[in-house]
Structure formats: structure tokens, C-alpha cells
Design a binder for this molecule. Sequence first.
Ligand code: 3HC
Length: 297
Amino acid sequence: MEIKKVGVLGCGLMGSGIAQTAAAAGFEVVVREVTNELCERGFQGIEKSLAKFAEKGTITADQQREIRGRLTGTTEFNALADCDIIIEAIIENLDTKRDTYRQLDELCKPETIFASNTSSLSITEMMTATSAARQQRFIGLHFFNPVPIMKLVEVVKTILTDEAVYETAVDFGKRLGKVPVRASDKTGFIVNRLLVPYMLDSIRALEEGVGSIVDIDNAMKLGCGYPMGPLTLGDFVGLDTTYYIAEIMFNEFREKRFAPPPLLKRMVLAGLYGRKSGRGFYDYTVDPKNPTPMNLL
Ligand code: 3HC
């Protein structure tokens, strides 16, 4: 089966990045959001990102226009009916996702592949909201932020995923210009299984006074060649999101390494979500490009 038309559910940070990437790879893309305002906000992000690529000369002005022309926003589920693949990047709430999949299953053509961009929820639990035939066409496609830049996509299979569907999805990942890695439906897949304990440990190191925020970040950035230190990365991913993923992983595996540290919980309770709220381990409110470390202990 050849994928030509791509549907994206959700035009937030991840959904808009996925839509942009698919359109840049030459696919016709329909993005569905709950309201026109949310759709417009997502498209503004896409335009900003495309402008960055055009400024750098990665794409020409013509390509910028063509990519934009392949993207359509909608608030209607019906507009997704004839898509060959649907990539869902809506709120990380299992009930909402299951409800959405139930509706889409009735609406979409039988061949449509369903893919979730969830970072930590079970693909199998979403899949069971659909009919037996669709369950074989249900996978995970987990992208990384910022999607237009990060080269990886995790392609996740369940115990019911049809082999040919899975290979189509792996090939689709390559056509998007990403490097696909194969993973099975175990909570956190490959990246978050390794990344989340590392990020949580960096917070525990801070709590235990091993080093300051800046020193912990510089240690991993300069000592290991990572693009960002772990605390900066937490602010970038969102501390509320990190906490939420950690809770799911801890509940699944009951292992201490996935347990959210008390400091993380308190920061989330206090509304320190990282970059998106203006403050996290760093304060971005004065100069976002040169944030200052917070006094948290
Ligand atoms: N669109 C277009 N261009 C973008 C962009 C976007 N959305 N975001 C960044 N860029 C470009 C910048 O314009 C810049 O281009 P230039 O080098 O030609 O000037 C380049 O990318 C680098 O950006 P910056 O100079 O702003 O900053 P950095 O050099 O620090 O790079 C980064 C930014 C790419 C985000 C880099 O810091 C990085 O790779 N950080 C790690 C990100 C990461 O680990 N992501 C995964 C998070 S985990 C996840 O998503 C999974 C979830 O389940 C939790």
C-alpha cells in the first residue's frame, strides 16, 4: 500500500511539527484541531519554522510556498476519512485518545493505518478501542521535539500489528527523512526508557547537592557532548510532561529509577513547567536566550 495522503490529529507542538515534516516530504497533509484558533496557532508555528529553513537556504522560497500549499487545517473529523495514514498527536489522555480512535475507526477507509505519537501510553490500550481489522493496522510513530530537526522516529509494533503494515510504516518514516528505529509496545519504547531515568537522576543529583543547576548541565553538555544539559532538556520538554511520563513509567514498571523526585513534583505543583511557562530550572522571563538558574533548594 502506498501512502499519499497523511492526516494529523492535533496541531500543537508535536502535531504541527509532524504535519510540517510530512508536507516537506511531499505528502498532502490534513491537520485536525478542536478549534480554528488552535489550528491557526499551530500553523503560525509551522510558518515560523519554514521561514527559518528558508532564511538559512535549506529550502527555497518556492519550496516554502509549496510545502505550505500541501497543508490544510480543519476542525472536522470527516476531512480525515480518505487519509492513508493518521498520526495522532493529541493530549496524552488515554480515554480521550480511545474515544477519538473509536470515532475515526468508523469514519476512515478500511486500509487507513492508525499511528499514535504517544510518548508513554500503551499503543495496545489505544488499539483495543478499534475494530479487529483496524487493530492489525495500528502502530506507534514516536517523533522528537523539535520534529522538523530531530532525525529519529520510533516505529512501534504491538503483538497484533500486521508485518506488511509495519514495514510500510518503517518505509514511511524513511520517506519523511527520518531514521526509523524498531521498537515494541513496552512503555517508553527505547528513548524514554533510557532518557527519563537520566533526566530524573539529574534532578536527584541537584536535590542531593552533587552540583548546581548550571554545573550539572555543563557537566553533561561538555563532558558527554550532549546538545543540552539534562535540566535544560527538562525545561525544553516541559516539566509537567516529564512528570507525567515518569508517573506512567513508574506505575508500569514499579522501579525506583522511574519515580519522579519530590523536587520535580513540587515544581510542577508550583506551575514551574519550564520554557513554556517562563520558569523551570531556569528563568526565561527576562532573556529567553540567556536564562538564569532558579534558586530551588
Ligand atoms: N524549525 C526550524 N529550525 C529550527 C527549529 C524548528 N522548529 N528549531 C531549531 N531550529 C534550528 C535553528 O534555527 C538553528 O539553526 P542554525 O544552526 O542554522 O542557526 C538550529 O536549529 C539550532 O538551533 P539553536 O541555535 O536555537 O539551538 P541549538 O543549537 O541548541 O539547537 C536543538 C536546538 C536542535 C533543540 C538542540 O539543542 C537539541 O538537539 N537539543 C536536544 C533536543 C532533544 O533532546 N529533543 C528530544 C526531546 S525528548 C522528546 O521529544 C520525546 C518526548 O516523548 C519527551
